[in-house]
Design a protein around this ligand. Structure first.
Ligand code: APR
Length: 280
């Protein structure tokens, strides 16, 4: 942050001034953009953190390079590494974090315009964020289909395949294609719901970015679509993307659950936040 540029919208670049901006009713259309960092405290590793990130722990799957596990052409040749990983990541074993609950609380208060998530763990939904408020930019495990004939594949059969680490195949006669969850692999198009909503950040009056390295396009461009005078809050272990270059950017660096608790305290929302989180 260049301290010489005075904020134009906030009083200063503190958590308190963000809380006052919200309490004074200036934030009625908040966009939130999240990545794997909001689910790490639930026990789901992120992708790029050194040591703990998935991409440094996939060596046991002897991939040509880590991202191959989510590459559609690699998957066609060898779907087993993905299904090994799917066994570990499949929803149902994990509980939403306090960061997910904070987004749900924004929605409960009628302040959430849209949550853009890159995560495939469905924890945003499980935290109680309404479906119509969520854009799962990289898809999720919610649905699956044959990659050849696109025939949907039943959830119970998918659950069984994932639990047994078996690669499911399409049961349409003469097809037998590979089945894949509706997760966006490298080389695939993002869902229509992302393209329909990608200009929404330009209508927001507050932007919160949490737990993402902002390295994968087109998602990584979303924060830059916010208007210049709109405060953008980054809650992340490290500074990422262009966050911190604008006059009203606020950086809350560190663990996102701690950062969210700091903001909730400044808003006097701690009890509500804990209660919402305990309920999930
Ligand atoms: N608190 C705050 N920040 C955290 C925490 C935490 N507990 N844990 C991790 N982070 C930060 C990391 O420092 C990093 O900046 O979250 C970010 C996670 O970045 P990535 O691992 O790259 O995850 P993400 O940004 O979601 O990846 C984007 O890449 O592999 C593709 O499609 C996949 O959706 C994924 C996309």
């Amino acid at each position: 942050i260049d301290e010489n540029i005075p904020p134009q919208t906030l009083k200063d670049r503190s958590v308190e001034s963000v809380a006052n901006y919200i309490k004074d009713g200036h934030a009625k259309n908040v966009v939130v953009m999240v990545g794997a960092g909001v689910s790490t405290s639930a026990g789901i590793p992120d992708f790029r953190s050194p040591e703990t990130g998935l991409y440094s722990n996939l060596a046991r799957l002897n991939l040509p390079y880590p991202e191959a596990v989510f590459d559609i052409s690699f998957f066609r040749n060898n779907p087993l590494p993905f299904y090994t990983l799917a066994h570990e990541l499949y929803p149902g074993k994990y509980r939403p974090t306090i960061s997910h609950s904070f987004v749900r609380l924004l929605s409960d208060k009628g302040l959430l315009l849209k949550l853009f998530t890159q995560n495939i763990d469905c924890l945003d939904r499980e935290a109680g964020v309404p479906d119509d408020k969520i854009v799962e930019a990289h898809g999720s495990f919610a649905l699956q289909r044959c990659i050849e004939c696109k025939t949907p594949y039943p959830e119970d059969m998918m659950k069984q395949a994932v639990s047994e680490r078996v690669v499911p195949h399409c049961f349409t006669p003469q097809c037998n294609g590979l089945v894949k969850p509706d997760i966006v692999f490298f080389g695939e198009q993002l869902p229509e719901n992302f393209h329909r909503n990608r200009s929404l950040p330009s209508t927001a009056d507050l932007c919160i970015v949490m737990g993402t390295s902002l390295t994968v396009q087109p998602f990584a461009s979303l924060p830059s679509f916010c208007s210049e005078e709109v405060p953008r809050v980054l809650i992340n272990l490290e500074r990422v993307g262009g966050l911190g270059t604008r006059a009203d950017d606020v950086l809350i660096l560190g663990d996102c659950d701690a950062g969210v608790r700091k903001l909730a305290a400044a808003l006097q929302w701690e009890e509500e936040l804990e209660r919402v989180w305990q309920e999930t």
